[in-house]
Design a protein around this ligand. Structure first.
Ligand SMILES: C[S@@+](CC[C@H](N)C(=O)[O-])C[C@H]1O[C@@H](n2cnc3c(N)ncnc32)[C@H](O)[C@@H]1O
Ligand code: SF4
Ligand code: SF4
Length: 302
């Protein structure tokens, strides 16, 4: 048995540890930590073949061993690139240097267009520090850069009126991408007034340097007109390991039956060569998205 050589990107949740407590955050237990038997013993054979590791948490910049993890995987594969979801609060010079040298993208989860809203949503956050860190990162890069400097907003009850302003702000502080997410559990999506989404769509058209992802999809989601997003790219090259060691082809596979194995129980080659893994891959490749989130599947509520 062997690990599929087509897997080139690993998305890994290192720990649920976080310095914030965002109102919509899907994390239930912030104390869970991925153990070395998974990230060291089980995953080391994979690191050699990867192009990129996407760091996730919890908050990667707050987890006290993320930097050691980065050094470890680089000792196995010095060509690795990195991407990361972060709240940006502790995105200091070490992170700026790492991403300047080896980054493909950083997603700063702003979730707001102003300090008041930010503090309501990102509980424990520091608005000024985050904005400053994003600007500093932008300034550290050449004017023409391939780096995706991404901001994001999870639409929720406290922020849905300022999607347009969030896009404008993202543009003004130097982001070149902005992503619109919505609550997977739909718990914090209010009775939305479509007017705010339409306004954001108009503002997005005036920002040629900001690529906006997810806004049209969100509109389709609330209007119930979404179609399947096909073909799926990530199924061919991506792997997601969550904080519990569960393995999926992608973090947006939300149905429990889409989990193909667990790295505390089995090795990666056993998991990837299992009947379950082969079945889930075939399903998604053939356009059956019943395990996938509503970002891709029109059938799923989550
Ligand atoms: C769980 S966070 C972990 C990384 C980091 N702490 C951060 O906030 O960027 C990963 C992404 O999920 C988003 N997120 C949090 N709760 C969510 C929810 N209920 N639905 C959709 N996305 C959510 C966050 O805003 C962030 O962009
Ligand atoms: S910063 Fe990220 S991990 Fe932390 S509470 Fe907010 S969404 Fe959750
Ligand atoms: S949710 Fe499913 S269809 Fe969407 S990217 Fe992930 S695996 Fe592909």
């Amino acid at each position: 048995m062997s690990i599929d050589p087509g897997i080139k990107r690993l998305h890994i949740g290192l720990a649920n540890t976080c310095n914030h407590r965002c109102t919509m955050c899907f994390i239930k237990d912030y104390s869970i930590v991925l153990q070395p038997i998974v990230w060291k013993e089980r995953l080391t054979p994979l690191y050699r073949q990867l192009d990129e590791i996407m760091l996730a948490g919890g908050e990667p910049t707050f987890i006290d061993w993320t930097k050691e993890y980065v050094k470890y995987v680089l000792s196995i594969n010095p060509k690795l690139k990195f991407s990361m979801f972060t709240n940006g609060h502790l995105f200091d010079d070490w992170w700026i240097q790492l991403f300047k040298e080896r980054g493909t993208w950083v997603n700063f989860s702003l979730n707001a267009a102003c300090k008041d809203t930010y503090l309501k949503v990102n509980k424990g956050g520091d608005w000024e520090a985050v904005i400053e860190n994003i600007k500093k990162f932008r300034a550290a890069l050449p004017e023409k850069t391939n780096m995706r400097i991404n901001s994001s907003m999870v639409i929720a009850g406290d922020n849905f009126k300022e999607i347009a302003e969030f896009l404008q702000l993202s543009n003004d502080i130097g982001c070149n991408h902005a992503s619109i997410f919505y609550d997977h559990n739909s718990k914090t999506i209010p009775d939305l007034d479509i007017e705010y989404t339409n306004k954001a769509i108009e503002v997005a058209k005036t920002l040629p340097n900001l690529a906006v992802w997810g806004l049209e999809r969100f509109k389709q989601y609330i209007e119930n007109s979404a179609k399947a997003v096909l073909p799926c790219g990530p199924i061919n090259y991506n792997l997601y390991i969550d904080i519990y060691g569960d393995v999926r082809y992608c973090c947006l596979i939300v149905h429990p039956d889409g989990v193909i194995g667990n790295l505390y129980k089995n090795t990666l080659d056993e998991i990837l060569n299992s009947e379950k893994a082969i079945k889930v891959k075939e399903m998604i490749k053939s356009g059956d998205l019943q395990y996938c989130s509503s970002y891709c599947s029109p059938l799923t509520k989550g």
